[in-house]
Design a binder for this molecule. Structure first.
Ligand SMILES: Cc1ncc(COP(=O)(O)O)c(C=O)c1O
Ligand SMILES: [Zn+2]
Length: 392
């Protein structure tokens, strides 16, 4: 469905346009996810010539010039907060990387970095006049989006959730929100959600392919780059679809282009051994995932990254790993347990297994000498634990 900018069309076009990351096809600002020529992901290309950081506690206002949002009035204050980015020399020393930094996204209001995407996605919806839409998630995105919906009485959202992930959704269905359960996991829920949206001709939020999501989570990385006295050599984050890492890569490209950082960090993307289709394909040197890579009902401690079907987004992750000299790895359940305990005991950081997976991966990379002790490493702790992830 094509939805054109309402009212403020001219302003929008002067701020950004959409471009296909695969073939370069371009169009003006509209809520469209994929390239009509090659189905590639669209990314918003923002005019950064006069971009500057503003003085504001609200992250989206501080970084407004870097976002596809034309006016502060489209944003709802209080959906996300700036989070600490701090050195962790003790934990770093314990894993062989003393120049470790932690970006603590578990401090966001609903406990994950997804509050950042909720803020920008809702602003973009308001900008395009979209008031009713459909989304699906493993829990954290829907929880963050639902909170944002409840703060705007004109919004209505339909969430689809796999039955395996019901307990990971902390949202109250009501007048503005419906929650539909689909037998299975995230991929099953996503499929049903898209069908529902098409049948009723309402907007499909888009998940990985929603460029507004990526613009929102990008801010966590811009904040980190602006906080760190020395820019990171390596960035590490847990991946499910890889939306967060794609966002980080875009932010890093923008900061490189505008001279705010001087070189592209290596991107280390982390899955868990029980659900690691992308890490396996990367290790095999494969360009794509096939039907045989799909895990229909994935299980594992890191619940937020249990996406069994990574076919649509893997090629983007592979390209980023290649382009940055990075890698896609998987960590063991035990590795995550140990890392989570170390984060709590050494750093006082009570985070979820997906966040702890970053430290588990770094430990292995340092031990195998693929990252050296002199490297500045930034780990994004993307969330805190929900009731489904009690520390064992
Ligand atoms: C806590 C947490 N970490 C990491 C991710 C990674 O997701 P993605 O790769 O789709 O951005 C998610 C997604 O739900 C999450 O909730
Ligand atoms: Zn294209």
């Amino acid at each position: 469905m094509r939805l054109h900018a309402l009212g403020t069309g001219a302003d929008l076009s002067s701020k950004f346009h959409l471009a296909c990351v695969c073939c370069g096809w371009r169009c003006g600002p509209e809520f469209r996810h994929r390239c009509p020529e090659c189905l590639g992901a669209l990314e918003c290309s923002i005019d950064l010539r006069n971009a500057r950081l503003r003085d504001s506690d609200q992250p989206e206002i501080a970084y407004l010039d870097f976002l596809p949002v034309v006016a502060p009035g489209f944003l709802d204050s209080g959906l996300s907060v700036r989070t600490p980015c701090r050195p962790a020399p003790e934990l770093g020393a314990a894993i062989g990387l003393p120049r470790l930094w932690l970006k603590d996204e578990s401090r966001q209001p609903t406990g994950t970095t997804k509050d950042r995407l909720a803020s920008v996605v809702l602003a973009v919806f308001r900008q395009f006049g979209i008031k009713e839409w459909v989304a699906s998630s493993t829990g954290n995105s829907a929880t963050a989006l639902a909170r944002a919906v409840l703060r705007d009485q004109s919004m209505h959202a339909h969430f689809f959730c796999g039955s395996d992930f019901m307990a990971d959704h902390q949202l109250e269905p009501g007048d503005q929100i419906s929650l539909n359960t689909v037998v299975g996991g995230y991929s099953d829920a996503s499929r049903e959600a898209q069908k529902f949206a098409a049948e009723r001709e309402i907007a499909w939020e888009g998940g990985f392919f929603n460029w507004a999501r990526r613009e929102g989570v990008k801010i966590a990385y811009l904040e980190a780059f602006d906080t760190m006295p020395k820019e990171p050599d390596v960035i590490v984050q847990a991946i499910s679809s890889g939306m967060g890492m794609m966002a980080a890569h875009k932010g890093a490209k923008e900061y490189l282009a505008t001279g705010r950082i001087s070189s592209m960090p290596r991107f280390l993307m982390v899955q868990q051994d029980t659900c690691a289709p992308m890490a396996k394909a990367w290790q095999d040197g494969r360009a794509e995932l096939t039907d045989r890579d799909v895990i229909s009902r994935p299980r594992g401690l890191a619940r937020a990254i249990l996406l069994g079907d990574g076919r649509a987004s893997y090629p983007y992750m592979r390209d980023i790993a290649h382009a940055t000299g990075g890698s896609i790895v998987s960590v063991s359940q035990r590795g995550m347990e140990e890392a989570r305990r170390m984060l709590l005991e050494i750093e006082g950081a009570d985070v979820c297994y997906s966040a702890a997976a970053t430290i588990a991966a770094l430990r292995v990379e340092a031990r195998e000498q693929r990252i050296s002790a002199d490297q500045v490493v930034l780990a994004n702790l993307t969330g805190r634990a929900r009731n489904t992830e009690a520390l064992l």
